[in-house]
Write a protein that binds this ligand. Structure first.
Ligand SMILES: Nc1nc2c(ncn2[C@@H]2O[C@H](COP(=O)(O)OP(=O)(O)OP(=O)(O)O)[C@@H](O)[C@H]2O)c(=O)[nH]1
Ligand SMILES: [Mg+2]
Length: 379
């Protein structure tokens, strides 16, 4: 199973500038010769890999990109200047394909790598070039050639930047619904989410959030849906630990939070040491002062010293601020570069996919419509 971000864009390189047809006009020089300069070449369109980018979402909003045209040549043998190139930043890992021919133009695998996707037109020649012993006053010149136009498909294998952690019903899916176009199912019973969902969040620098099924006490030993979903969070750079401040079952949020941390630690030390932010959810259920007080108390009892957020996922309270802070924080956090792990992660999605199919073969909940419209789900 692969989660792929796909966009289609149109790129247009600049046309070449035309050559000029012109003659020297000077006092006392009755028949000045030709002096029309050449045009400039059109600008090229390049894709440039940028490790600071996580998704292709911005290209959904701007689909047409054009490089500058070359300037026309001018009299006095002045050559037109070259058109400026158009540089399109894309995340590392992006693959570019020509939609019309199906050809893969290339993969951008390293930060700073540049890939030419549309070549600018060539410059036209000025009439100076056509001067010969036979024709001393040529009028002909040529026009620049058109820049290349291409319809491109950009494709990126999405890796989650932010992972959601929490008990069932904490509001993880509600959160991802409210901050992205992903539409996982939300319901007031545990284990609503059976398969991980990814959502692309557009806040500052866009990023990817993974919503996974809830964990319960004993998950490490197989209780509930187990902890195998945690493997999807291994490449995340931040974990959001969502804590319901008013659980309907009357359970204690402090104990609930401890359960998650303990399951996390049992799964892997590495995951437990990742930056984790404590996010109190459902603050809309209490008057503001009481909600503040309650969150403070829970954090104190947990001895929590890391970042704290108080949100209402369903009402969209403070979720924007949280996303902006995540976007800023991610910019400062380098992605783990473990090249040979690429394969392994793909395999992990695959193996999970098989597990899910085995487990929930005839399950109505397994609905394609539950997937994010933006994230294309490919077998
Ligand atoms: N009042 C209130 N209810 C919320 C809020 N966020 C989620 N809920 C409700 O809590 C219930 C569970 O929400 P989900 O988003 O399905 O929870 P989940 O963490 O994804 O649960 P699982 O998929 O079962 O692990 C639903 O009835 C939501 O409507 C909130 O901010 N305020
Ligand atoms: Mg859910």
């Amino acid at each position: 199973m692969k989660f792929v971000d796909e966009v289609e864009i149109k790129v247009e390189a600049g046309d070449g500038g035309n050559g000029a047809s012109s003659f020297r006009r000077e006092k006392y020089v009755p028949k000045g010769g030709p002096d029309g300069g050449d045009g400039g070449d059109g600008g090229d369109v390049f894709l440039v890999a940028d490790e600071g980018l996580n998704t292709l979402i911005d290209y959904r909003f701007e689909r047409f990109h054009k490089a500058q045209r070359g300037e026309n040549g001018m009299g006095r043998n002045c050559t037109g200047s070259r058109g400026e190139d158009c540089l399109l930043s894309v995340p590392v890992g992006t693959r570019a394909r020509d939609i019309d021919t199906g050809e893969v133009i290339g993969d951008l695998l390293k930060h700073g790598q540049k890939l030419l996707v549309a070549k600018g037109g060539y410059h036209g020649l000025g009439n100076t070039r056509f001067k010969s012993s036979v024709n001393r006053a040529p009028r002909q010149k040529t026009n620049g050639t058109p820049g290349e136009v291409r319809n491109l498909q950009l494709e990126l294998l999405l890796l989650a930047d932010v992972g959601m952690l929490g008990l069932p019903n904490a509001g993880k899916s509600t959160f991802i619904r409210s901050v992205s176009a992903a539409k996982p199912k939300v319901a007031d019973y545990p284990f609503t989410t059976l398969v991980p969902n990814l959502g692309v969040v557009r806040a500052g620098n866009s990023f990817v959030v993974a919503d996974i099924p809830g964990l319960i006490e004993g998950a490490a030993d197989g209780a509930g849906l187990g902890i195998r979903f945690l493997r999807h969070l291994e490449r995340c750079r931040v974990l959001l630990h969502l804590v319901d401040i008013m659980p309907v079952d009357g359970s204690d949020p402090v104990e609930n939070a401890k359960v998650i941390v303990s399951e996390l630690e049992q799964y892997s030390e590495k995951l437990a040491e990742k930056p984790r932010w404590l996010v109190f959810n459902k603050i809309d259920l209490l008057p503001e002062d009481e909600a503040n007080e309650r969150c403070k108390e829970i954090a104190e009892q947990l001895g929590w010293e890391g970042p704290i957020y108080q949100i209402s996922a369903s009402q969209g309270l403070n979720t924007k601020d949280l996303c902006n802070d995540l976007s800023d924080a991610l910019e400062e956090m380098p992605r783990e570069v473990v090249e040979e792990q690429e394969e392994k992660v793909e395999f992990q999605w695959d193996s999970y996919h098989n597990d899910v199919i085995d487990d929930f073969d005839d399950d109505d909940d397994f609905d394609e419509d539950d997937y994010d419209v933006e994230v294309i789900y490919k077998p």
